[in-house]
Design a protein around this ligand. Structure first.
Ligand code: IFM
Length: 415
């Protein structure tokens, strides 16, 4: 009998450095002072060995984590050898445990000097990022799987259109320049990584959501939905197929941006969390109002996001046009209730199983996330972790979902 979950399927957990470690040299550190939180509160930078043991305890076969660029290059002309050795140690420990490392080069945060002098809309950003990418690809040993950018569209929306993430701009023209620079960096970093790691597997992690009209009968809601689906989910995938981003809004001329990324992928990383309903509302910015409605009856998470497991198959199906192996690089729920966490996890893994049965080439699933941590604009209030962190004693307390994930990994691996 053929296996449903292929041999070597990556059963993983995903994290990001800044959310666990903070960093005094990062742009988000100043950003964060505004909301009064402490991203380094879990003290993972010091306690990483203990935290990596948790991965072993769960029985994952892979671990996705990011390198904190601002620790590695705290000043433009300074590489911090100790920080590099720290991340190398993480890789070595994972290898000892038989856990496959997947390294993200860029997960939202930047060194302050970079965002102050070379933000993404400036052409010089490319050279600075690529120096860092080359330094990492040539120095860190034992890593085959790489993610260049986590959620590049979230960086652009948050940093350049909504202004809620660094560099805090609301500027369409500069967002397009930033798009060109970020994806050019992906294309070039892809080649750089392959030059040092010939059998590397390189991708971005693309955040995909399901979009639906608020009122199905309303043609404007339907038009908005179609536009959002194309713009947020599909345009990036199409650009990896063609080498051109086509940005097209209703009643306006399309903007075409050529980028050297055609086929620069060895797998495709999908981050999936939720479904979003849209309605046309002339009183809102650009006429768009978003809402999470609990139409499927699975409920809303503590982020207010609709739980919609079926959507995972939809987004994977569109991504399969790339004809690359697909890996779910993030999927998880913010909740204080471990029962809900278990249900969310099972329902999404069931969809992965269904997708595999229907012939989709899915090669991994990474649960977001290992321990409770700093959730960007929401700070410390929401809890995504398989382990709850008591932020006063720093104790990591397993939720039932940690043991349940072990069980799912073991039982599904046998299928
Ligand atoms: O915590 C984030 C992560 O940094 C990127 N993807 C979504 C997660 C949950 O919001």
């Amino acid at each position: 009998m053929n296996r449903i979950f292929p041999e070597g399927f990556l059963w993983g957990v995903a994290t990001s450095a800044f959310q666990l470690e903070g960093s005094p040299h990062a742009d988000w550190a100043t950003w964060d002072e505004r909301v009064g939180n402490n991203p380094g509160i879990t003290n993972h930078y010091a306690l990483y060995k203990e935290d990596l043991k948790l991965l072993k305890e769960i029985g994952v076969t892979a671990y996705r984590f990011s390198l904190e660029w601002s620790r590695i290059q705290p000043r433009e002309d300074t590489w911090d050898e100790q920080a590099i050795a720290h991340y190398q140690d993480i890789v070595d420990i994972l290898r000892d445990y038989g856990i496959e490392p997947m390294v993200t080069l860029h997960h939202f945060s930047h060194p302050r000097w970079f965002i102050e002098r070379y933000p993404w809309h400036k052409a010089a950003s490319r050279e600075k990022f690529l120096r860092y990418a080359e330094m990492m690809a040539s120095t860190i040993k034992g890593v085959r799987s790489w993610v260049t950018f986590n959620e590049p569209y979230v960086i652009l929306l948050g940093g350049y259109l909504e202004g809620c993430m660094p560099p805090g701009l609301k500027d369409v023209r500069r967002s397009l320049l930033a798009l060109k620079n970020i994806f050019t960096c992906h294309g070039k970093a892809y080649d750089i990584i392959h030059a040092y790691v010939p059998d590397a597997m390189v991708s971005v992690a693309h955040n995909m959501s399901v979009f639906a009209p608020w009122k199905k009968w309303n043609p404007l809601d339907r038009l908005l939905t179609k536009t959002a689906k194309y713009f947020y989910n599909h345009s990036l995938i199409d650009a990896f197929r063609t080498g051109t981003f086509i940005i097209k809004f209703p009643f306006s001329r399309a903007v075409e941006i050529d980028v050297p990324i055609k086929d620069k992928l060895d797998f495709f990383g999908v981050n999936y969390y939720t479904r979003i309903h849209l309605r046309f509302n002339p009183l809102k910015k650009m006429g768009v109002e978003l809402r999470h409605l609990d139409l499927g009856g699975y409920g809303l998470t503590d982020m207010g996001w609709e739980i919609h497991p079926g959507g995972l198959e939809k987004v994977l199906r569109y991504a399969s046009r790339l004809k690359k192996p697909l890996i779910i690089t993030e999927n998880g729920i913010a909740t204080h209730d471990s029962q809900e966490k278990m249900k969310y996890m099972k329902r999404h893994i069931d969809v992965v199983e269904k997708s595999l049965r229907s012939g989709l080439d899915v090669q991994g699933y990474f649960y977001w996330t290992l321990i409770d941590n700093y959730e960007w604009l929401q700070g410390l209030d929401v809890r995504f972790g398989l382990y709850r962190v008591d932020f006063t004693t720093l104790k990591r307390i397993p939720t039932n979902a940690a043991a349940y994930y072990s069980y799912l990994i073991q039982s599904r691996s046998k299928l």
